[in-house]
Design a protein around this ligand. Structure first.
Ligand code: SF4
Length: 350
């Protein structure tokens, strides 16, 4: 416990040297009171840096078409069991209006890497959503060229989310047959240079991952100085080459990862990602009490939700609209948290 306390004190002391990957891996191993001390420290930092507000970012899953074949993903192009859909621009704008009514300050427009949605088409949608709702817009549409990203920024896009998933080159190459790690990193660099608020993150517990690898992912996410850090557990999808791969034996590693990210990134927005509710029923609540300050309700129209399953047992596929909004409010109230007002832009210092 003393060693854990010393390391936590170092993380809590401004200007102190950061921890090494082996030291972070040791924290990821912590159990019992040591584990609770990590959660408590993360909450202390979250309260001090981000307050009690939880920002709502409504996710609109507007296309489940993807040209890629990532090994862990339920909507990979090689999965013939998926009925594909694309929402129209009208549907997307109407859904964004609903998200505003339900209290979201941001909409996250998310899709597979769908070539139909060119930068020109997406730019038109971004302009319309911003013009007709005033909401902040995040795009999460995969790797794009710098020119495309510039066009989308020009259209008014505020933020972009692109996870790097793992910093292990060998693991990344094995799981992503369609693109190298360097392209994702270049895309993140371009986004920053173009003035986006940048979000990224990784999947916790991909097959073959060690605690030291998770520690490296935490350090890499920290080095990127991200405005938003989104991480979720790897959940094996039955229609993928990773079917049947197990969860991490020690479930607390998923939560300690979030807590350590908060300790190392006091002012980053950190969402309680939906996949935590698929890990266990109250998963997102636990994450909100271990350093997270963002909740991403799914506002996609009900008829499409079931068709966008990156992982199995996705929660909230049977709910719709206003019921979701009520549920989210109830959850946050039960945790003693308030709903954030406004767009919830980045609070990081440039
Ligand atoms: S993870 Fe993204 S890019 Fe990869 S197959 Fe799934 S939707 Fe496509």
């Amino acid at each position: 416990m003393t060693a854990i306390r010393e390391q936590l004190n170092r993380l809590l002391t401004p200007g102190a040297t950061s921890l090494s990957a082996p030291e972070l891996a040791a924290l990821l191993k912590a159990q019992g009171k040591s584990c609770d001390a990590i959660y408590a420290a993360a909450e202390q930092v979250r309260q001090h840096s981000m307050g009690e507000a939880v920002h709502l970012r409504g996710i609109i899953e507007f296309s489940n078409v993807c040209k890629n074949n990532c090994w862990y993903c339920g909507i990979r192009c090689g999965n013939d069991h998926v009925a594909r859909y694309r929402m129209t621009a009208e549907e997307i704008v109407d859904t964004a209006k609903n998200a505003k009514l339900w209290g979201c300050g941001t909409v996250v427009l998310q899709s597979g890497e769908d070539p139909f949605f060119t930068a020109a088409i997406l730019s038109d949608i971004v302009r319309r959503v911003k013009g007709e709702t005033g909401l902040a817009v995040t795009l999460s549409v995969g790797v794009r060229s710098r020119d495309e990203l510039a066009q989308l920024k020009e259209a008014g896009c505020d933020r972009y989310l692109l996870r790097f998933e793992t910093t292990s080159n060998a693991l990344f190459s094995a799981l992503h047959p369609d693109e190298p790690f360097e392209h994702r990193v270049q895309c993140l660099v371009d986004l920053r240079a173009l003035g986006y608020q940048v979000g990224s993150g990784f999947m916790i517990g991909l097959p073959g991952t060690t605690l030291e690898m998770i520690a490296n992912d935490i350090l890499f996410a920290t080095r990127l100085k991200l405005d938003m850090i989104g991480c979720g557990p790897f959940l094996s999808h039955p229609d993928t080459p990773l079917a049947g791969k197990p969860l991490l034996e020690d479930r607390s590693v998923y939560y300690k990862t979030i807590a350590l990210l908060r300790l190392l990134n006091p002012t980053a927005h950190i969402p309680a990602t939906t996949a935590f509710d698929a890990l266990e029923p109250e998963g997102r609540n636990h994450v909100l009490m271990r350093g997270a300050n963002v909740f991403m309700p799914n506002v996609t129209p009900g008829k499409y939700r079931r068709l966008y399953q990156l992982y199995p047992n996705k929660p909230c596929v049977d709910e719709e609209g206003a019921a979701c909004a009520l549920c989210v409010r109830g959850r946050l109230a039960a945790l003693g948290r308030e709903i954030g007002t406004g767009p919830g832009h980045s609070v990081r210092q440039p």
